[in-house]
Structure formats: C-alpha cells, structure tokens
Design a protein. Structure first.
Length: 235
C-alpha cells in the first residue's frame, strides 16, 4: 500500500520585535515631538524593511485612532513628527509582512503641560479691559476711575490685592523693585519729592496703563518722568 504524500505545513508567522522612542513625554502645547519605531525580525535578528507603521492615539479611552501612516524604510525604522494638542496616550502599530505578524508597541502617555499665566500678565490683562473709561475724581470703577482708584480696582480684581485709595499711600505697599528690574504688572507711583501723586500699572516698553486726569480716559501712556518708584504686588 502506497503511503500518502506528506504536505509541509505552512511556516508559522512570528511576532515582530518593536521598540519605540519619544523625544519627550512632557511638553508644552504646540511643541513638536518625534516618535521613532524600530522593527526587528526575531528569526534573524535583522531589521525588517517592509510593511507599514501607524501612529495612533487613544480616543475616549476605548478606540485607537490612526493619525499618520508611513512605509517601513531600509533602515528598519519609521519616524513620525507630531504636535500634541493635549495630554493623550500614543502607540505605533506594524501592519505585518511575509512571515511576520502585525504588532503594536505599548501605550505611552504624552503629557501636555498647561502654560501658566503670570500674575503680571493677569494684572495687565485686567487693566486693558478698562481702556477708554473716563477719569472721575474719587471714582474706583468699574466704569469711572481716578488714578489710584484705577490701580486699586485692577489689583483687587486681578490678583486679590487690596490697596488704599491714594497714590501716596499705595507707594508703601508691595515689594520695592529697582526701575531697571520693573516688570509688566508692577505698580508705578510718580512722585514730587517723596510724595506720591499719581499711580499706574507698568505695561512694558516704558509705558503704563493709567487713568491720567480730568477729561482723559484710561489708556496706555508713555512714562513721562524719572521720579517714580516701582512696587511689586504679585510675584
């Protein structure tokens, strides 16, 4: 009796060896990062040079969404560039090729750090909101201001700092800062001798936001005198 011919079973596919690297895992919004995946054929220990690689992010904690696809190159690696819009989980996947199955790298969390807004910027932003408000002696806002009424209102609203309603008194508050080290949001008090007669908020570039005098409006004005002191009310 003639034996039946032996049919060789198809060679079983193997899982690829995938490694992935990220230039950073904690970035500011808008920062570009590079994601590089390297692929090795475990049967030979050599680079895989066929198939394709996908860059994916996890959506809703359930579904992986593909953002970019690239063909594997002769170096056995693929590099993606991306700008994360927010904190998310990333991975790369391999499509598979002759004798090698598809595969995926482990999920990696890329954290997008929130950009802190400085207190000085908050103070200036509040000052700008009142541009055009008319000067009125004794007024402390929100629609009319005199000079110290304006600074009193802005510092309280922006950073919770309480000031008296008088420029001469306001110059005694906060931390004394040299003119050369003044920053946006610092209190500027103009003086006659040592008496403080006018107050404003430093806006950078030699300008202040203030409520100047009767008939004028809140706005950005050039520092006109060298006799002033600088006080920092919020670091």
């Amino acid at each position: 009796m003639t034996a039946a011919p032996v049919v060789s079973a198809a060679a079983a596919k193997v899982k690829p060896k995938l490694t992935v690297s990220y230039t950073s895992r904690s970035v500011k919004k808008g920062t570009t990062i590079k994601v590089t995946t390297k692929l090795i054929d475990p049967r030979t220990g050599k680079k895989l040079v066929s198939g394709s690689v996908r860059l994916q992010t996890l959506v809703g904690g359930k579904t992986w969404k593909t953002w970019q696809v690239k063909g594997n190159n002769s170096a056995g690696s693929v590099t993606f560039t991306t700008k994360p819009g927010g904190t998310a989980w990333y991975r790369t996947t391999f499509s598979g090729t002759t004798g090698v199955t598809s595969g995926a790298t482990g999920a990696v969390k890329i954290t997008v750090k929130k950009t802190a807004v400085s207190k000085g910027a908050k103070i200036l932003a509040e000052a700008k909101k009142h541009k055009g408000a008319l000067y009125k002696y004794g007024a402390t806002g929100p629609s009319r201001f005199d000079c110290s009424g304006f600074t009193k209102y802005v510092y309280k609203k922006a950073v919770g700092k309480s000031l008296p309603h008088k420029a001469n008194s306001q110059q005694k508050y906060g931390k004394a800062v040299s003119k050369s080290n003044k920053q946006v949001g610092d209190l500027i008090v103009f003086r006659s001798g040592s008496y403080g007669y006018h107050a404003g908020i430093y806006a950078g570039g030699g300008y202040i936001y203030d409520s100047p005098h009767s008939g004028a409006r809140v706005g950005k004005h050039k520092i006109w005198s060298s006799n002033y002191v600088v006080r920092r009310l919020a670091a």
